[in-house]
Structures are given as C-alpha cells and as structure tokens.
Design a protein around this ligand. Structure first.
Ligand code: PFF
Length: 446
C-alpha cells in the first residue's frame, strides 16, 4: 500500500472492510443468543462511545505515520520505540480472524450454490438440520468452499488492494443494500415483523449483564475492524484533504444500519416460521433466510442467489482488509515481494482454516478450554485481542502523540469543543470503559 486511495475509494474500502459477515452472520447470532434489544442497546452505545473514538484514533496513527501498524508505532513513539512497536503485532489478530472468516464465507458460497440449483431447505427445522450437518459432518463441501474463497481472497490482495478492491466495492455495497431494503419491505408484510421489532427494539433491561456487555463490545470492535491494525493500514493511504470525520460517521452509520436491517429481516422470518430465537447457534442467518428464499419460488431463487453472492463479496472485501496489515508489514520491513509475503501469510491462514473445519466435525472434533478451535479463535480475537488493541491505541494517541499534532490533523474537520470531547474520550473514557468491562468479566470468571 504505497500510493493513496482516491477519496471515494478510501471510504468504500473502509466501508467494505467494516460491512461484512460481522453484520450479516455474527450480529443476528449474538442478538439471538444475548437477549435481543438489551444487546442492541449496548452495541449501539459501545459503537458510538468506544468504537467511533478508537476508529478516529487508529485513523490518526495511520494518517500521521503513513506506515504499517508495527512501523507506525515505532515511527511515532518518542520513547520506548521497540516496546510500542510490539503493540503493532496485535495485527496478528486479523490473521486469526481471517482463518475462520474465510470458512464462514465458504458456507455462504455453499448456500449461493444451493440457491442456484434450487436445493435450499423448505422448512426451518430441516434448514437447521442441514446447516448442522454441514458444519458437523460435511468436510468435503466446507473444504472446497473454503479453498475457493481462500484463493479468491489471496488473488485479490496479490493484485494490490486498490486495484483489486476499489472496483469491486463500487458495485457490491450498493447491491447488497438494495437487496436488504427489498427484503425488509417484504418482511414488513409479515406478522413476524412486529415480533421482530419488539424483540430488537423494546428494551429489556434485566437482560443486561457483563457477559452480554463483553459480547457487544467485542462485536463493536469486530464490526468496525478495530484493534488489529486494519484501520491504521488503510489510513496510511488516506488521501489528503479528505473529511475523515464525515467519512467515519458515514461508515459507522452504514455499518449499524446494515446490521439492524439484517437483524430485522432474519428475525421476522425466525418468528414467522415459529422458531425460538434463543435456540439457534451460529447458523441463524443461513437457517432463516434459506427457508425464506426456498418458499418464494422463482423470485426466491433469483433473490437468494443475488443475496448470497453479494454477501460473499461483502465478506471478501472484509477478508482482504485483514490480510493487508501483515502483508504491508512484511513488505516494508523485510523488503519482500508482495507474492512472497502472501505466500507466508497464506500458508498460516490455510492451516488454521482447515483446523477450524476439523475442530467442528463430529469425527475429528477437538476442544480447547471447552471450545472448538473455531470458537476459540473467534472469542480470543474479538473478546481479548481487539479490545486490548483498542486500549493500547487509545493510550498511544491520548498520551504519546502530541496533542498539537492531532489538533493540526483534525483542525479542518473537527475543532473546538468537539475535538476536546473526543480527546477526553480517547484519553480516559473509552479505554477505561473497555478496561472496566474486561476486568469485571475476568473477576466474574474466578
Ligand atoms: N468488520 C468485518 C465484519 O464485520 O465482517 C470483520 C473484520 C474486518 C474484522 C477486518 C477485523 C478486521 F480487521
């Protein structure tokens, strides 16, 4: 990533990184498991109070240094350069994420294929059974789909992120959005819609507890791609004179909106088909929407295919952004060719990905700390590495980078009281909130 993005290219690339399976797959799953509206409320508060603040902090590190995460900390730290550069290695979190994330995109590919050949399940019960069969018995399908996505993702990154991604995003983001709106309009005509509205938006405060809060915090980080070097890396190519405050607000808004729309559609049909939202596991979105599309006949075929295909692309633009920080680092530091850097990263991702598939199969299942390897990578990255990375970003921007430098960067777009409020949040409120959640959860464990 040496040259700059175009202005719109930057926004699309960052939005492409943010909007992905976090919104479409993780969000509905966690909302179902963690108490509906209470979880959504926490998620929105944490997105604005922590996510937004840390997003701007990461952006500042990237823009001021114009380097990959490790070299950015090294360049900007006034003292203890070596120690700070280690913080940049939180980018390894994004490599852990991309390993299971590629597999989830693979599941979507499988559903796109089923939709094309008209073989989606027609009722919710068999849909749930089919999905469980896929992850617990069907190594071959998962392996083929995972490998396919793996090659597409690495091929795209090998072309250089701007060429590979800019064009893709221009088409894919709007089409996913339009499909979602059409699905929402259809959902509104169903009885399940009112139940979904209630489940998602009528606050139920006694469901707020520390586990749900940590889940919501993890999701806020995950869905904004924070704490693992991605935003630092993309912002290293932020074009000058871009109003990055408006861009960030737009990205956060789109990201929230896609998650909420997705939630409304998925839960409408969960209720419509008479299912218990607390029961489903990671397959919520597949189980609910596959059934819906199959019941809509030819329209469902066309819609289902278009929807799953755009979801695959939304996932790919996110996956690509997870690889770029480490690739950029290897290229900068060891003067490696892009191909060689991707070969090393790819080998690691491929091995971890195949282990994820094996860890959930009934025949080869293995658990670590009571979780499958897949769940472990997911939990460890979004509930530990990302929040920790976020705290360190905030401390670095709040206490190491000079306030004057930040003021100069922010001046054309955010000044006066707004800047001071952000600065207060970045120094104290946001990192302390994250620390409080992590510690309370940890003490709860003992
Ligand atoms: N934000 C992406 C999503 O919601 O699907 C996931 C993600 C992208 C996580 C990039 C981390 C990352 F570095």
């Amino acid at each position: 990533m040496s040259s700059k993005f175009s202005k719109i290219g930057f926004i699309l690339a960052v939005a492409g990184s943010a909007v992905g399976l976090g919104n479409a797959w993780k969000f509905p799953t966690l909302v179902g498991q963690s108490g509906g509206s209470a979880f959504i409320l926490l998620y929105i508060i944490l997105t604005l109070g922590v996510g937004f603040v840390i997003f701007l902090a990461e952006l500042s590190i990237g823009k001021i240094s114009e380097k990959d995460p490790v070299n950015a900390y090294k360049k900007l730290a006034l003292k203890h350069k070596k120690a700070w550069s280690f913080v940049g290695f939180t980018m390894i979190g994004s490599i852990l994420i991309v390993s299971f994330y590629t597999l989830v995109i693979g599941w979507v590919v499988k559903y796109a294929y089923l939709s094309i050949i008209g073989q989606l399940p027609s009722d919710l019960k068999s849909s749930a059974l089919d999905f469980n069969f896929l992850i617990s018995h069907d190594f071959l399908s998962q392996f083929i789909c995972f490998s396919l996505v793996f090659f597409i993702v690495f091929y795209t990154v090998s072309k250089g992120i701007k060429n590979g991604i800019e064009r893709l995003n221009v088409w894919m983001m709007p089409s996913l959005f339009i499909l979602l709106i059409l699905m929402l309009i259809y959902a509104m005509t169903k009885d399940g819609f009112v139940m979904a509205l209630k489940f998602l938006f009528v606050p139920d405060f006694h469901k707020i507890n520390i586990s749900n809060t940590l889940e919501a915090l993890g999701l806020a980080f995950f869905s904004l791609s924070l704490g693992v070097g991605t935003i630092i890396t993309y912002s290293a190519s932020l074009p000058d004179r871009t109003n990055f405050i408006t861009s960030t607000l737009n990205i956060i808004f789109i990201n929230l909106l896609v998650g909420l729309l997705m939630g409304l559609v998925v839960f409408t049909f969960i209720f419509e088909f008479g299912y218990d939202p607390n029961q489903e596991g990671p397959g919520f979105v597949f189980v609910s929407l596959a059934t819906l599309f199959q019941n809509l006949g030819l329209t469902g075929h066309i819609f289902g295919t278009a929807f799953f295909v755009s979801l695959v692309f939304a996932g790919i633009t996110s996956a690509v952004s997870m690889i770029e920080p480490s690739a950029f680092y290897l290229i900068n530091t060891f003067k490696m060719s892009r191909k060689k850097a991707l070969f090393f990263i790819g080998t690691l991702v491929y091995i971890l990905g195949v282990l994820c598939i094996l860890s959930s199969l009934d025949s080869t299942q293995f658990k670590i700390l009571g979780m499958s390897f897949f769940e472990l990578l997911d939990s460890f990255s979004s509930k530990i590495i990302m929040p920790l990375g976020g705290i360190l970003v905030a401390i670095f921007v709040g206490f190491v980078i000079k306030k004057e430098t930040l003021k100069i960067l922010f001046k054309p777009y955010m000044k006066g009281i707004f800047f001071e409020i952000w600065y207060l949040f970045v120094r104290f409120i946001s990192p302390l909130a994250v620390v409080a959640v992590l510690i309370t959860k940890l003490v709860g464990f003992v």
